[in-house]
Design a protein around this ligand. Structure first.
Ligand SMILES: [Zn+2]
Length: 275
């Protein structure tokens, strides 16, 4: 994926990948331009990178609105830069917590689950998918049964679930909920277009539950533990350089086990409930 190149990925959708590739963002954040007429939608303007915003503006003079999947720093800071060049409204949701969130994002309107955004030649159904972030929205492009998943589903890397805003139980439920929709492809926030959305969602749920099993085994064995003490056993398949991020998801797993009444918590220690 070459940054800032405008790539037609479906009849209605073009993709521009920002030049912010990293271990968390894969090849970089994908911005999508949807529609062919005079009333286009921008999905996730991405990070505050001026070359990227230039590329978005140069793709069309008919940009009408911006929709945002969530407000992590690689998805929404581009909104205000883009709005400085084209005066169009942005829609999405904000979070209660501000840690690692782009607090500059001020939506013209807060979207609600199930609402439909109508444009001249396309329409999106809004799907609230908390888990990776509490304010995470997916957008279903009805004409192509194409689901814009932001960081709910990425191609090529595992999504980080970082408490307190990230929540593993919500994440699994939001993945299962996708089965209620008729979907043909996924347009992820990072990476290439993905076919078979239902199989992809199933696989991720399965993968997360397998990881949960490893958490259970590790804490059962140690009796008590926390992300620092358990990471080596639970993420023995992951490079040590990524342990700092793995610990966020591990904490999310432990909080889920706490809510499922499988462990208790005292101070910073989670304790296996032997029953
Ligand atoms: Zn994110």
């Amino acid at each position: 994926m070459k940054s800032e190149e405008i790539v037609q990925i479906t009849p209605l959708v073009k993709r521009i990948t920002a030049g912010n590739s990293s271990v968390f963002t894969g090849p970089g954040t994908n911005t999508y331009i949807v529609g062919n007429g005079e009333d286009l939608t921008v999905v996730d303007p991405g990070p505050a990178l001026s070359e990227h915003i230039e590329a978005i503006v140069s793709s069309s003079s008919n940009l009408s609105r911006i929709i945002v999947t969530h407000t992590h720093p690689d998805h929404s800071p581009g909104v205000s830069l883009l709005q400085a060049k084209v005066d169009i409204p942005a829609y999405g949701l904000i979070t209660e917590t501000t840690k690692n969130q782009d607090t500059s994002f001020k939506p013209a309107k807060m979207l609600t689950h199930g609402e439909v955004i109508e444009a001249e030649d396309h329409a999106f159904e809004v799907i609230h998918t908390p888990g990776h972030a509490s304010n995470h929205l997916c957008y279903l492009l009805r004409e192509e049964k194409l689901l814009f998943t932001g960081d709910h589903i990425m191609n090529g890397s595992t999504v980080v679930i970082a408490p307190p805003d990230g929540n593993m139980k919500d994440y699994l439920e939001s993945l299962k909920m996708l089965k209620d929709y008729d979907l043909e492809n996924i347009a992820p926030g990072h990476g290439e277009l993905m076919p078979n959305p239902h199989a992809v969602a199933d696989w991720i749920v399965q993968h997360r539950l397998e990881r949960e099993e490893k958490v259970i085994e590790a804490i059962k064995e140690a009796k008590t533990g926390n992300p620092d003490s358990l990471v080596e056993a639970v993420y023995d398949d992951v490079d040590v350089s990524l342990f700092f991020a793995a610990k966020w998801s591990l904490e999310a797993h432990l909080i889920k086990l706490l809510n499922d009444d499988r462990v208790t918590k005292e101070g910073n220690q989670f304790i296996w409930k032997d029953n």
